[in-house]
Write a protein that binds this ligand. Structure first.
Ligand SMILES: NC(=O)c1ccc[n+]([C@@H]2O[C@H](COP(=O)([O-])OP(=O)(O)OC[C@H]3O[C@@H](n4cnc5c(N)ncnc54)[C@H](O)[C@@H]3O)[C@@H](O)[C@H]2O)c1
Length: 250
C-alpha cells in the first residue's frame, strides 16, 4: 500500500514527545524517512527504535533548536545521508506560566529562544536545501494562546503569536522556490507539556472546549500530515486551527 509521504525525508523537532512523537509515528507509517530531532536523546532513540521495530523508517538526531551550530550539523548530515530533505515540522516548544508583571527577563528569554528563535533557525537552516532541490514543506506549531488572549502566559503567548506571522512572512519569501510554509494552531492537547498547567486552568480549559475534552496528539499529527503532504500543494501561509471548537466560541 502506498503512503502519503512515500519517498519523503522529514525532520520533526520536539519529535521525542507529545505532538512531535505523534507526527513521527504517523509520518513514518505514511512512508517518510523520519528524523526525530530533539534534545532528549533517550526518549528520541527509544521512539525511533519502536518505529523501526514496527516496520517504519526512523532515526534519532540530536538537536537543540536554540543553537545554530546544532541545526547546521543536523541538516547537513540528513541531506548528506538521505540525499534530500522534503519536510520540516517545527514542533519543539516549552511553556511556563507567568503574567506580564511576574515574568523575569530570564524566563522570557528562555521561552523566546526555544519557541520563536528555534522556529526561525529551523526555517533558515532548511530553506536553502529545499530551494536547491526544487521545493519542500514546513509546518510550524503555534498555539491557541497565539491566536486569542489568555492571561498568565505572556512569554509563551508572544512566541506563539510570532510563529503565526513568521509563517506568513517566510511563506511569501519562499513561495517562488516551491517551498510551502504553514502553521498549525492546536488547542489544549493531552501531552506531557500539560503537566505545567495548574489544575484550575485545566478545569477551566475543559469547560471552555465545545467538544468537552482536550485533543489527542494524533489530532495534530493528521493536520500536519496534510500540510506536509503533496495533497496540500496549493496551500501556503495558512493556519489550521485544531482546537475542539474553542476559538469559535465567544
Ligand atoms: N500540548 C498542548 O496542549 C499544546 C497546545 C498548543 C500548542 N502546543 C505546542 O506544541 C508543541 C509540542 O508540545 P507538546 O505538548 O508535544 O510538548 P512536550 O513537552 O510533550 O514535547 C516537547 C518536546 O520538545 C523538546 N524540546 C524542548 N526544548 C527543545 C530544544 N531546545 N531543542 C530540541 N528539542 C526541544 C522536548 O525535549 C520534548 O521532546 C509545542 O511547541 C507547544 O507549544 C502544545
Amino acid at each position: 500500500m502506498s503512503g502519503r509521504l512515500d519517498g519523503k525525508v522529514a525532520i520533526i523537532t520536539g519529535g521525542a514527545s507529545g505532538l512531535g512523537a505523534a507526527q513521527a509515528m504517523l509520518f513514518a507509517r505514511e512512508g517518510a524517512k523520519t528524523i526525530i530531532a530533539d534534545r532528549d536523546r533517550k526518549a528520541g532513540e527509544t521512539l525511533a527504535d519502536s518505529i523501526v521495530a514496527s516496520g517504519g523508517t526512523a532515526e534519532y538526531g540530536m538537536l537543540d533548536v536554540t543553537d545554530e551550530t546544532s541545526w547546521a550539523t543536523l541538516v547537513s548530515s540528513v541531506v548528506e545521508r538521505h540525499g534530500a530533505l522534503h519536510i520540516l515540522s517545527n514542533t519543539a516548544g516549552i511553556i511556563h506560566p507567568a503574567a506580564t508583571v511576574d515574568e523575569s527577563v530570564e524566563g522570557w528569554n528562555r521561552i523566546v529562544a526555544v519557541n520563536q528563535t528555534g522556529v526561525f533557525l529551523g526555517m533558515r537552516a532548511v530553506i536553502p536545501h529545499m530551494a536547491a532541490q526544487g521545493g519542500g514543506a514546513i509546518v510550524n506549531v503555534s498555539s491557541l494562546l497565539g491566536l486569542i488572549g489568555f492571561s498568565g502566559m505572556i512569554a509563551y503567548s508572544a512566541t506563539k503569536g510570532a510563529i503565526r506571522i513568521m509563517t506568513k512572512a517566510a511563506a511569501m519569501e519562499a513561495v517562488k522556490q516551491g517551498i510551502r510554509i504553514n502553521a498549525i494552531i492546536p488547542g489544549p492537547m493531552k501531552t506531557p507539556i500539560q503537566v505545567n498547567v495548574p489544575p484550575e486552568v485545566d478545569a477551566w480549559q475543559r469547560s471552555r472546549i465545545p467538544m468537552g475534552d482536550l485533543g489527542e496528539p494524533e489530532d495534530i499529527a493528521y493536520g500536519a500530515l496534510y500540510l506536509a503532504s503533496d495533497q496540500a500543494k496549493y496551500v501556503t501561509g495558512t493556519e489550521l486551527i485544531i482546537d475542539g471548537g474553542w476559538s469559535v466560541t465567544t
